[in-house]
Design a binder for this molecule. Structure first.
Ligand code: AMP
Ligand code: ZN
Length: 475
């Protein structure tokens, strides 16, 4: 087992990771709220947890990873105000709420597959655990909760150091708490259970000691993480927004349940946001980019994966089409180098690939420093002292960490045709063959005309491309 350091949001420090059982590192990641498609910012969160899992596996640790699916309870404001996002989405579309949840859950899982994110051990659904949530609520209700007409609320002053994770103390963060619920004793108090209002027409409802209604969002993660990973597990992850409200609330519940100061997890890790020029990408604003939208513009999903790997997970990453195009070009170069090495076949080498492996390990074991790891790949591929077969073998090994499918991806795979293009691959090939004939016959006017026709449908002809591409999708 190679030692690894990870940044712990709880202590605000980079620490040597010491799992309870290195053969079974237990990780819980807050999953998506399935009222809409995941945007590419959400997907950055799961590319981060996938990298975390891949790095740990590669360094020799065993893993149990759980990503939940939030199909009930998440309100339009994280601080317990507004409508349930799922109910609102179902009402708006006039659809059955279970069908809505199922549709977006499938779409999310497909996104993860396309990004080559490894499946976690489980994807538990919140709605499958309502009974356990009621039992958890019942266990903490007397000592830590109080009733209001619209539900059961958690009193944050009953646990030690509420909000420590957020970097705030008792007063709680002001942001996000503006819409308060009448009767709350403390602005940071939050709902364990939301009792349906008389006449409220909810599609998802359950009976509970606090009336018919639905569980609060924070409760599900305390319950499911405990059920699948135990009272205390190793790593809890989420986007950086969760550091302010959702995770402090989970911690408060865990402490109430265990009757101790234990937060429930040793390391709390948070990925920073993907932003665009207008600010954070958000689902609720309704305007956001999805993975299929990138593909429709001619980008391969793994180009987005590489774009994310080029930034450290704790840094904000700005999305731009130029940035994505640059990542796709970098991926093409890597694929091209692999193809060239494969074509060279067996050969002799004066040096071993092991120093590169050590450098890669040092980078990723330093709080998952993937931007530092990527140049190691380029240098390895270009090092003529290492035999082609050793370079390929080392690359295959590195790809277990990066997940870019470098050994199997082909140039054809990367030539994603944008939806707007009015021609398919076979059509392009036929036009290019005609063009070659025209050029052979020195009919340059015709050759240029074919190039212009292809350009008009979004295909750029590349004469004399150093990487050997004969055409590419215009970006
Ligand atoms: P949600 O579906 O809104 O519950 O979010 C799913 C995950 O995506 C959570 O871990 C969020 O913290 C994370 N997240 C939300 N927006 C972004 C963003 N713009 N960039 C990175 N992660 C995000
Ligand atoms: Zn959660």
């Amino acid at each position: 087992m190679t030692p690894i350091t990870l940044y712990n949001s709880l202590t605000r420090a980079t620490e040597t990771f010491a799992p309870a059982d290195p053969a079974n590192v237990r990780i819980y990641s807050c999953g998506p709220t399935v009222y809409h498609y995941a945007h590419i910012g959400n997907l950055r969160a799961y590319l981060f947890t996938d990298t975390l899992g891949r790095v740990l596996t590669w360094l020799g640790y065993g893993l149990t990873h759980v990503i939940n699916i939030t199909d009930v309870g998440h309100l339009t404001s994280d601080a317990d105000a507004g409508d349930d996002k799922m109910e609102a989405a179902a009402k708006k579309s006039g659809q059955d709420i279970w069908a809505v949840a199922d549709h977006y859950t499938r779409a999310f899982k497909q996104n993860l597959k396309d990004l080559n994110v490894r499946d976690p051990a489980r994807f538990p659904l919140a709605t499958d655990h309502v009974e356990q949530m009621i039992a958890f609520g019942t266990a903490i209700a007397d000592k830590h909760c109080y009733r209001l007409p619209d539900g059961l609320y958690f009193d944050v002053t009953t646990v030690p150091q509420y909000g420590l994770l957020a970097g705030t103390r008792e007063d709680g963060p002001a942001e996000g708490r503006i819409e308060t619920v009448e009767g709350k004793r403390h602005p940071a108090d939050f709902a364990i259970w939301r009792t349906s209002a008389p006449g409220e027409n909810r599609q998802m409802e359950w009976d509970s000691p606090w009336g018919r209604g639905a569980p609060g969002w924070h409760l599900e993660c305390s319950v499911m993480s405990r059920q699948y990973l135990g009272d205390h597990f190793d790593i809890h992850t989420g986007g950086i927004d969760h550091r302010e409200i959702h995770h402090p609330n989970e911690i408060a519940q865990n402490q109430a349940y265990s009757g101790s100061a234990d937060t429930g997890a040793t390391v709390w890790m948070h990925n920073n946001f993907l932003v665009d020029r207008t600010g954070k990408m958000s689902k609720s604003s309704g305007e956001f980019l999805t993975l299929p939208a990138l593909v429709a513009r001619g980008f391969h999903p793994l180009a987005y994966r590489l774009m994310c790997l080029q930034a450290h997970y704790r840094s904000e990453l700005e999305f731009s089409w130029d940035n994505l195009a640059a990542a796709q070009t970098r991926l093409k170069r890597l694929v091209q180098s692999v193809a060239a090495l494969k074509a060279r076949g067996e050969g002799k080498g004066a040096a071993a690939a092991s120093p590169y492996r050590e450098r890669l390990a040092a980078a990723v074991a330093d709080d998952l420093n993937t931007p530092r790891a990527l140049p190691v790949l380029d240098e390895l591929l270009a090092d003529k002292r290492v035999s082609p077969q050793d370079r390929l073998a080392a690359l295959a090994n590195f790809d277990a960490v990066l997940g870019l499918e470098l050994l199997t991806l082909t140039r054809e795979d990367l030539r994603v045709r944008p939806e707007s293009a009015g021609i398919d691959e076979a059509g392009i090939a036929a036009r290019l063959a005609e063009r070659r004939e025209a050029r052979a016959a020195k009919d340059f006017a015709r050759s240029d005309a074919i190039r212009d026709e292809l350009a008009a449908v979004g295909v750029e002809v590349m004469d004399g491309d150093p990487m050997g591409w004969d055409w590419k999708v215009q970006s």
